[in-house]
Design a protein around this ligand. Structure first.
Ligand code: SF4
Ligand code: SF4
Length: 389
């Protein structure tokens, strides 16, 4: 038995009671962390917090225990699985077992892209989306990830592209203040989608927020330039969608955050413990279930009166962007994190909203070709990403 084989583990002696209906709505994203090992050492990795990265290298539950959990808690739901890590492709054996056991589920892979060429064709055919982590152009990406990574990733993407059943999404953590419009534009033009998230780290000093705003102006300007072709930047698509069709920001997330941590995102660690947010798996208070004990509770990561969203101009379409940030900044009252990370990101989100309004999104939507409208309103990829930056 290799270290990656799904292993049997006895059920916990006394499992806590489950909530009768822990998942809100008819969909659930089951994010399976196949391993916490990674073959890269990205300088900003969020799993470095609480020393989560590398802490679990073996699965402590088996495929039958996962099936029993699915039967008990996810029956009747539309399930979409994201393989996550660490680097999930380091445990291909688990991906293989899960995809064969649950052929009716939809699948996404979140990967650093370096081992993509090792995936078999049948697996590539069955993936609805691959999120490839990349930071921008060659200099920026290799600066965070190591020399040669950018070239290797783009080579792998080109190599498997024809065999991928679904879409390829570039997933950028916008960490560097000098990331340029051209870098992001290149990714948007060469992948099917570009998703970015503003880095949850103290990278908003001096003029670095203004530098990001200048790039955002260019990206948003380009988004609105054409009505016959969609500029596939997910955070802009999502905001425009929510402004033009406000119901879309409500119906799939019960009006709560669009990363789904409060309603229907569950992250299963290799040891079987379940958490709502993959960035907070170091916090015991956040545990909401376990595979071996077969229990699941409602997400503990919920809106709180101390969070400022209710009085925010962006709330109607933002819905409380990153609950982890809001929780740490306003509930746990980490002042330094609030001032240096949460507030600058919220400022950027509000800025984006104003820039979008300047372009009259309703008029743009009225002019947009039907295929453009269709993707803006209903892109499947919204089910797999956070939507807000
Ligand atoms: S911008 Fe910040 S404060 Fe405003 S709704 Fe979004 S998360 Fe809440
Ligand atoms: S956006 Fe959601 S899933 Fe991502 S770190 Fe924030 S709370 Fe967690």
């Amino acid at each position: 038995m290799t270290s990656h084989t799904l292993q049997f583990a006895p059920a916990a002696a006394r499992a806590p009671e489950s909530d009768p209906d822990p998942i809100v709505g008819g969909r659930v994203e089951l994010q399976l962390l196949t391993t916490l090992k990674c073959n890269l050492k990205c300088s900003y990795c969020s799993l470095g917090v609480g020393e989560v990265l590398g802490s679990q290298t073996e699965l402590k539950y088996d495929i039958d225990q996962l099936a029993a959990f699915v039967d008990k808690h996810l029956a009747g739901k539309e399930v979409y699985v994201t393989f996550y890590g660490g680097e999930p492709t380091l445990n291909r054996d688990m991906m293989d077992k899960v995809m064969r056991r649950f052929p009716q589920f939809r699948y996404q892979l979140q990967t650093n892209g370096t081992l993509l060429d090792s995936l078999p064709d049948w697996m590539l055919h069955r993936l609805s989306n691959i999120l490839v982590s990349i930071d921008g152009g060659e200099r920026t990406t290799d600066g965070y990830r190591g020399r040669g990574v950018w070239r290797q990733v783009l080579k792998n993407v080109a190599h498997v592209r024809d065999r991928l059943g679904g879409s390829f999404t570039a997933r950028v953590t916008w960490g560097h203040p000098d990331t340029s419009f051209e870098e992001l534009d290149d990714l948007a033009e060469s992948f099917d989608y570009l998703y970015w998230q503003f880095v949850a780290d103290e990278q908003y000093f001096a003029d670095s927020t203004d530098k990001r705003k200048a790039v955002l102006v260019q990206l948003i300007d380009k988004f609105f330039r054409r009505t016959d072709k969609l500029y596939p930047l997910i955070p802009i698509m999502g905001m425009v969608r929510n402004k033009v069709l406000p119901n879309r920001a409500l119906e799939r997330y019960d009006g709560r955050t669009q990363c789904r941590v409060s309603t229907h995102l569950i992250n299963v660690m290799p040891d079987g413990k379940i958490f709502p947010c993959p960035d907070m798996m170091y916090a015991p208070a956040m545990q909401m279930g376990e595979i071996q004990g077969n229990w699941l509770r409602k997400s503990p990561l919920q809106p709180h009166p101390d969070m400022p969203c209710g009085g925010c101009e962006a709330y109607a379409w933002c819905r409380g962007n990153c609950m982890k940030n809001l929780y740490l900044g306003y509930v746990k009252k980490d002042e330094r994190y609030r001032v240096n990370v949460v507030e600058p990101i919220c400022e950027l989100v509000r800025f984006m909203g104003r820039e979008i309004d300047r372009h009259d999104p309703h008029a743009w939507f009225a002019e947009a070709a039907l295929p453009v409208r269709g993707r803006l309103v209903d892109a499947e990829v919204y089910e797999y990403v956070e939507i807000m930056p």
